[in-house]
Design a protein around this ligand. Structure first.
Ligand code: ACO
Length: 332
């Protein structure tokens, strides 16, 4: 192992986060706007979910288009050319096509000729699953520069006759550039990721249909109460798992950046962990639930408004259809 300037510590090869980008569709839909179309109210949505508005994509704002926009911003923030990319990992449940993977459309749009690309399907946990794969590929030495992107157009799979689900989701994309760096133990990078799924709970949150199933609706279906019941416990356990792996407590964490599903779930997890609300990043009010895009969008927001700073310890957590859930601990 080589030496880090100014330290005699042995160095570790880590996946470090060097650039973030985002894209939000032009069309902003407030709760009041939605209540013109759906039997609901601003009061009900705000009180139960904390959501005030969401962005809905127009036909030209596909998952691939938004992912490429977010990716360009992440590359620019890091000062890295697309040609330097080794891989593009795109987490989405709303791909442009069944195949090819939307990631290859992003590769073409960026002109990232050297990169390979593939999609990950883990619903709202997709970004954390993508981070985990990228982290392993970087640590193993297989790649040096990887984009992990979450991009979703849930407005295309919402049933606007079902007021229990259609008010909860929005569209958008977030991208993170991960680069291999040799750093001391206390240095930046992904420290660990923790992934889980439980397919026996697949029927509490799913999309009704698959390619070629013309008799299916293609809409998102959810048992909200059941999801809520599992979410707080499973998310808190994923966070505790990450803390335990590094002999840390919630006090050591500078920021919790949770999947932005619902304010009450986020507050419930924060409370269970004893994390004060001022150390939890919230964007669900402005973006609603953008599934795999919600964590990179929240990270982008908090880094860009100056809340999250270099050197800080950040815990990410998510839960989604599958059920899938997990956490990631990283130092910026
Ligand atoms: N506007 C007005 N009234 C509504 C709406 C709406 N949009 N939706 C439901 N209602 C009504 C229902 O019809 C019901 O009325 P009734 O009592 O007359 O029958 C009443 O509100 C209560 O309905 P519930 O479904 O029991 O409402 P609940 O208190 O469970 O809240 C919610 C629903 C917000 C979806 C809640 O279950 C929840 O937060 N679940 C978590 C789901 C989630 O966030 N999923 C995101 C995907 S998974 C993830 O990302 C973690």
């Amino acid at each position: 192992m080589s030496q880090y300037p100014g330290t005699a510590e042995p160095l570790l090869r880590r996946a470090t986060l060097t650039g973030l980008g985002h894209y939000l569709p032009r069309n902003i839909v407030s709760n009041a706007d939605l209540s013109q179309r759906v039997d609901t109210s601003d009061e009900w949505i705000t009180e139960r979910t904390g959501i005030r508005q969401r962005h809905f994509a127009s036909p030209d704002e596909t998952a691939g288009f938004m992912a490429a926009q977010a990716a360009r911003e992440a590359l620019k923030a890091a000062g890295v050319e697309a040609q330097a990319l080794d891989a593009i990992i795109l987490a989405t449940s709303t791909p442009d096509q069944a195949f090819p993977a939307t990631a290859v459309h992003v590769q073409a749009a960026l002109g990232a000729k050297r990169a390979f690309g593939f999609d990950i399907s883990a619903a709202c946990s997709g970004f954390i699953f993508g981070l985990s794969v990228a982290d392993s590929m970087i640590r193993s030495g297989q790649v040096n520069n990887v984009l992990v992107i979450g991009s979703e157009v849930y407005s295309r799979i919402l049933n606007f006759e079902d007021r229990g689900t259609c008010v909860l989701f929005g569209d958008g994309a977030g991208a993170a550039l991960l680069q291999a760096r040799d750093v001391p133990r206390s240095g930046p990078g992904i420290l660990s990721t923790h992934l889980h799924s439980d397919g026996t709970l697949a029927d509490i949150l799913y999309v009704d249909g698959a390619v070629g199933q013309r008799d299916k609706s293609g809409f998102l279906v959810m048992n909200g109460r059941e999801v809520f019941r599992h979410a707080v416990n499973l998310l808190a356990s994923a966070v505790n798992e990450a803390l335990l792996a590094h002999d840390l407590t919630a006090k050591d964490i500078d920021w919790l950046v949770p999947h932005q599903a619902n304010r009450r779930i986020i507050d419930g997890v924060g409370k269970k962990l004893g994390l004060p609300p001022e150390r939890v990043v919230i964007t669900v009010d402005a973006h609603a639930n953008t599934s795999a895009a919600s964590i990179p969008l929240a990270l982008w927001q908090a880094v860009n408004d100056g809340r999250i700073k270099a050197g800080q310890l950040i815990l990410l957590e998510a839960l989604g259809g599958g059920l899938t859930w997990g956490s990631a601990l990283l130092r910026l």
